[in-house]
Design a protein around this ligand. Sequence first.
Ligand code: NAI
Length: 470
Amino acid sequence: MSDNKYDLVVIGSGPGGYVASIVASQKGMKVATIEKRERLGGTCLNVGCIPSKAMLHASEQYESTIKSNGMMEWGINCKDVSLDLSKLLKRKSNIVEDLTKGIGFLFGKNKISKFTGTARIISSKEIEINNNGKIEIINTDKVIIATGSEASVLPNIKIDEESIVTSTGALELKKVPKKLIVIGGGVIGLEMGTIWRRLGAEVEIIEFLPRILPGMDNEIAEKFMKILQKQGIKFKLNHSVETTKKVKNKVILTVKNVENGNSEELDADVVLVAVGRKPNTNGLGLDKLNLEMDKYGFINTNDKFETSISDIYAIGDVIKGPMLAHKAEEDGVAAVEFINGEVGHVDYNLVPGIIYTSPEVAVIGQTEENLKDQGLEYNKGVFPMSANSRAKAIGHTDGMVKILSDKSTDKILGAHMIGHEAGTVIHELSVAMGFGASSEDVARICHGHPTVNEAIKEAALATYSKAIHS
Ligand code: NAI
């Protein structure tokens, strides 16, 4: 095989692309990965999951140290607590650097060739790499497109990543804004809004719909909004932002009530636009190839992750399914398995969704609304965190667990949770659901005491029988 001929070229090194590259190499393929950023890891590691989680962690520590009902309530008196934002941001950047270097190490260990530049697919066998005008062409048998997504923007609102920002700019604000307005009550809006509220900003979230977190179980979304309001975040539902203009150091927003058509003006120091993400297929040359896409720009694939052109595969945020790092990873593994002549499978119903606030929100499977829409009969078991002894012991009593199971078979169909470390705890139910468990299966498993997981056992009991502690 000549030096620039590969078995597989992966375009993009986010969680989908880098995992696909490593697994393909482990299976004996000669792999090249093309990445336009200098650093590996894509949005998730560089400007998404990891830096936001670092800032969520730091801001939670800060708030719990300064709040009178936080540390002091426990008899721990902290004096002279202050925030050094530049140090916080530096620590966050160091974490990102360490993790992206870690992927570089794994690439080296697996002998994956990394090319820096923008990829254009000339054909399924020939890929052009443009690195600041320096053009190189490499040859391959198969291609995986793993180019991820980018922030959606709104007409009339110009992003400058300083005072009108996407999540990327919101991770780099040089000072805590006095007032932050977030457009969009989705996952990014709630996580970033939480970070800056904890660090001292007044935060208001403007959401077009009559609820936050569309697609999530309604009861959970409503309860979570109340918790966030109690923490100090303001919400304006049923409102859309029509225009923004910069006047001196402020941003003036025209906001319309979508129910009665009335408009008002609001002002903020920083505006975060978090109205969703769109697939990123820029510059790949897909139009010229006539590669099939849907009307939203997602690449059409079949169950084997094959696109409309043979030997070109696509995974992650550029195809259908939840736009989540862990879903992209699963897609990547399954696509490589198909390429290698094996069978891969990803159950999109069992991809957990997690919001890393405090308390966290974690969901998996069907919502109550989905079940009603499908006309399925179900049982519902609910258990409040306020009745969980561990939650009480650590002062995290906000939240609940809700389990939905099939009325006739008791098979768990959906699980929804708000609570301390819910994003970790929910995996007990992911595994159970992966094995087709019933709520009685989960309730009859001995759970350690005292743990937050006991709230899951109790909710499971409540689904087919009665909870003990509520
Ligand atoms: P999203 O789709 O979760 O929420 C966008 C929100 O903006 C929706 O509630 C929508 O109704 C609202 N909206 C749309 N247009 C609007 C307008 N003109 N005015 C007011 N509101 C408007 O999108 P988001 O939060 O930007 O996140 C993007 C993606 O990134 C999602 O797929 C999300 O799952 C993923 N993500 C996941 C994280 C996690 O797993 N913890 C963290 C951050 C992002």
